[in-house]
Design a protein around this ligand. Structure first.
Ligand SMILES: Cc1ncc(COP(=O)(O)O)c(C=O)c1O
Length: 386
C-alpha cells in the first residue's frame, strides 16, 4: 500500500477497542499480573510489563512508525533529542570513534563534544557532502557514522547510499536524523541505514503541542538499542503517543501543502534583490537538488534564506514585524516560523563563509499569498532600516 494509505491504517486495531477508531490513552505505571509465575515469565521489551516500557497507546504508535519505515521495531522516546543522542550512548563505549555530520542538530553536536567525550568516545565532524570519501575518515575504532539529511540550518543533502556502502564495507553502523523528511519522504532503512531517528515534535506531531522522538532500527541492532535506551528512563508519555498518532493520520496531506507553499515562497524569495541564496533542495538551483530528486519522495516546508549582507538591526526590523511568521524554536507545526540562525557558530569541518545573515523559514499551512505579503512587507522594512 502507498504511504498515504498507510498513515491512515498503520497501528490501528479498532476491534481491540470496541470498534472505536483510535486507541485510547492508556496511562500506566503498574501492570498487574494474575500470578507470580506470569509476572516472572515476562520477557523484556515484549508486550506489557511496566509503564516505562510502554502501554498499548505507545505500542500503537511504535507499530505505525515501524511499518512506515519498513523497519523491525520502533522505540518512542520523550523528545527528538533523546531519539538522536540515546542510541549513541547505547551503542558506543570508551575508546570508540564516531563520525558525525558537521551539519547535525546543535544539541546533538554538544552531546558529542561534551558528554560522549567525557565518556571517552572521540568524534570527528565530517563535510555533509563528503559522499564516498567518508571511507578515508573511517578508523579501526570507528563504530558509527551519523547522518542528517538535509542538514540543520544549511540543508545540505547527503549521499546516503554512498556513505552507507563505505560504512558497511568496514563493518561500521549508520544512523540518520531524518526529521526534515519524516517517515514519508525518505526511507533510510531501505537504503541500508541501520537506525533512523525522528523528532516527532515536528511534522509527525504537526501541531506544536508535544515533545517526542522515535527511533526505528533493523532487527540486528534493535535489542542493543532498545536495552541501552531503556536505561535512561525517558519513555514517551502515552498522552503524547496518542497526540502523535493523531498527527500522523494527516501527515501526508499536510506535507503536500507545506511543500507546495514552501516551493512557491522559496522561488519568490530567490528572485528578490535582498536575497543572496535560498537553501532548499527542492529548488533546481540548489546543489543538493539531484540527490534530493534521486532519493526523496518530496520536500517538507523548512528551508534557509541567506540575505545579502546588511546590518543586524535591519534583519531584526524585518523579522520582529512579521505578522504570520512567529519567532520561535522548532518547526513542523501548522504555523509559519522565522528564525535568525548562526551556522558559523557550529561548523568545524567546513566553515560557513556566507557573509550575509541567515534565516530559517518554516512555511506553515496559511495561504501562501498571505505569507508572501508578510515577507514582502518584512523585506521593505529591512531595506528601509539598512
Ligand atoms: C533536525 C532536528 N533533530 C532533532 C531535534 C530535536 O527534537 P526535540 O526538540 O523534540 O528534542 C530538532 C529540534 O529542533 C531538530 O531540528
Amino acid at each position: 500500500m502507498h504511504d498515504a494509505t498507510l498513515v491512515t491504517t498503520a497501528g490501528r486495531d479498532p476491534e481491540r477497542h470496541g470498534g472505536i477508531v483510535n486507541p485510547p490513552v492508556y496511562r500506566a505505571s503498574t501492570i498487574l499480573a494474575p500470578t507470580v509465575a506470569e509476572f516472572e515469565s515476562r520477557k523484556p521489551f515484549v508486550g506489557l510489563s511496566y509503564g516505562r516500557a510502554g502501554t498499548p497507546t505507545t505500542f500503537a504508535f511504535e507499530e505505525a512508525i515501524a511499518e512506515l519505515e519498513g523497519g523491525y521495531r520502533a522505540i518512542a522516546l520523550a523528545s527528538g533529542l533523546a531519539a538522536m543522542n540515546l542510541p549513541l550512548a547505547a551503542l558506543l563505549r570508551a575508546g570508540d570513534h564516531l563520525l558525525m555530520v558537521d551539519s547535525c542538530y546543535g544539541p546533538t553536536r554538544r552531546f558529542c563534544t561534551a558528554t560522549l567525550a567525557r565518556f571517552g568516545v572521540r568524534t570527528t565532524f565530517y563535510d555533509p557532502r563528503i559522499g564516498t570519501a567518508i571511507a578515508s575518515l573511517i578508523e579501526p575504532e570507528t563504530r558509527l557514522v551519523f547522518l542528517e539529511s538535509p542538514g540543520s540550518l544549511t540543508f545540505e543533502v547527503q549521499d546516503v547510499p554512498a556513505i552507507v556502502a563505505a560504512a558497511r564495507a568496514r563493518g561500521v553502523l549508520t544512523m540518520i536524523d531524518a526529521t526534515w523528511a519524516t517517515p514519508l519522504l525518505l526511507k533510510p532503512l531501505r537504503q541500508g541505514v541501520d537506525i533512523v531517528a525522528h523528532a516527532v515534535t515536528k511534522y509527525i506531531g504537526g501541531h506544536s503541542d508535544l515533545m517526542m522522538g522515535v527511533v526505528t532500527t533493523t532487527e540486528a541492532v534493535h535489542d542493543r538499542v532498545r536495552a541501552g535506551v531503556y536505561e535512561f528512563g525517558a519513555p514517551a508519555s502515552p498522552e503524547d503517543c496518542w497526540l502523535a498518532l493523531r498527527g500522523l493520520r494527516t501527515l501526508d496531506a499536510r506535507l503536500e501543502r507545506h511543500a507546495r507553499s514552501a516551493l512557491r515562497i522559496a522561488t519568490w524569495l530567490q528572485a528578490r534583490p535582498e536575497v543572496a541564496r535560498v537553501l532548499y533542495p527542492a529548488l533546481p538551483s540548489d546543489p543538493g537538488y539531484a540527490l534530493w530528486q534521486r532519493d526523496f519522495n518530496g520536500a517538507s516546508g523548512l528551508f534557509g534564506v541567506v540575505l545579502r549582507p546588511c546590518p543586524t538591526a535591519a534583519v531584526h526590523a524585518m523579522v520582529d514585524g512579521l505578522r504570520l511568521f512567529g519567532i520561535g524554536a522548532s518547526w513542523g507545526g501548522y504555523e509559519s516560523l522565522c528564525l535568525v540562525t548562526h551556522p558559523e557558530r557550529f561548523r568545524t569541518a567546513v566553515p560557513w563563509t556566507e557573509p550575509g545573515p541567515v534565516l530559517r523559514l518554516h512555511v506553515g499551512l496559511e495561504d501562501p499569498d498571505d505569507l508572501i505579503a508578510d515577507l514582502e512587507a518584512g523585506l521593505a522594512r529591512l531595506t528601509a532600516a539598512a
